[in-house]
Design a protein around this ligand. Structure first.
Ligand SMILES: Nc1ncnc2c1ncn2[C@@H]1O[C@H](COP(=O)(O)OP(=O)(O)O)[C@@H](O)[C@H]1O
Ligand SMILES: [Mg+2]
Length: 279
């Protein structure tokens, strides 16, 4: 299943400003894509377009198309689209509605009238997959921020979407919880072929995970493509997103072969430099 965005522009009702301005992008099946850009550039608005919250819940002027698995989002209801594309928000506590973790996971499918036995199966599968065994009976307020976010991810996956869009899911988490959530996304992408679109302005967090990056600025796509190419693109540094320090170092070393490898971690940079020295 793929997502195709064709010449998408959007302004919220009452404003003439195009928050998204002629965006054309595609997200192929099974990819892990990082979406970054400075605050206010339209990341959240784009996420809302990906699962039909725009145009169905946010009034405004939408031009162009978002096609999800052959469905035009303008022509399908939000609850139908939610079974194709799941959206996880920044603040997990705002998304949790049920008295405990099991009920939370069951909540979405219950609302869609999924048979009880099938709901039980999904709940058990997700508790195992997301490793929620220890907290399955707990109430949302008994959970840490990281646990809440993992539960929010499980509850979203209970509708069995093939694409998971996460809007800055770790920005309110401590570093260890953030790391655990990102590792979970990595695993779901690798082992369960889930397409992941991760909105995250801290590129040093997303770069090691994402095969591709899309950088937005002022509602436009500034750069998009394989992670390394995008990070080495000088246009991206000008936008005001934080280029990972290790990439800045590789750029400054100005060594063509090292730049071609563009290592994304300290370890891989050291390894690449040692290999160069041995040549
Ligand atoms: N519900 C809304 N109604 C009106 N304007 C909005 C709404 N949500 C966001 N905006 C505006 O759209 C622009 C882009 O916002 P947003 O998509 O949240 O950017 P980002 O997530 O990149 O910070 C901002 O100028 C913001 O004020
Ligand atoms: Mg946002």
């Amino acid at each position: 299943m793929s997502i195709e965005i064709n010449h998408l522009s959007f302004s919220y009702r009452g404003s003439k400003t195009k928050v998204l301005d002629d965006i054309t992008l595609s997200f192929p099946r099974g990819h892990f894509v990082g979406l970054a850009g400075p605050s206010g550039c339209g990341k959240t608005t784009l996420a809302r377009c990906l699962n039909g919250l725009i145009p169905h819940f946010y009034p405004g002027e939408m031009v162009g198309d978002v096609i999800i698995d052959g469905w035009n989002t303008q022509e399908h209801a939000a609850h139908e689209l939610a079974q194709k594309v799941g959206l996880v928000f920044q603040n997990p506590e705002n998304q949790l509605v049920a008295p405990n973790v099991e009920r939370e996971i069951a909540f979405g499918p219950e609302n869609l009238g999924v048979p009880r036995q099938e709901i039980r199966r999904r709940v058990e599968d997700l508790i195992r997959l997301i490793r929620l065994e220890e907290i399955r009976d707990k109430a949302p307020f008994e959970l840490s921020g990281g646990e809440q976010q993992r539960v929010a991810i499980a509850a979203t996956l209970a509708l069995q979407p093939e694409v998971l869009v996460l809007d800055e899911p770790t920005s309110n988490l401590d570093p260890l919880s953030a790391f655990e959530v990102l590792q979970l996304l990595h695993r779901l992408n690798r082992e369960n072929q889930l397409t992941v679109i991760l909105i995250e302005h801290r590129l040093e967090l997303v770069a090691p995970l994402a095969q591709e990056l899309v950088i937005l600025d002022g509602g436009c796509v500034v750069a998009g493509g394989p992670t390394r190419e995008v990070l080495m693109d000088d246009k991206v540094a000008d936008v005001g997103v934080s280029i990972p320090k290790i990439v800045q170092l590789v750029k400054q070393l100005n060594h063509p072969r090292l730049q071609a490898v563009c290592p994304l971690s300290v370890d891989s940079t050291v390894k690449a430099i040692l290999e160069e020295l041995e040549k």
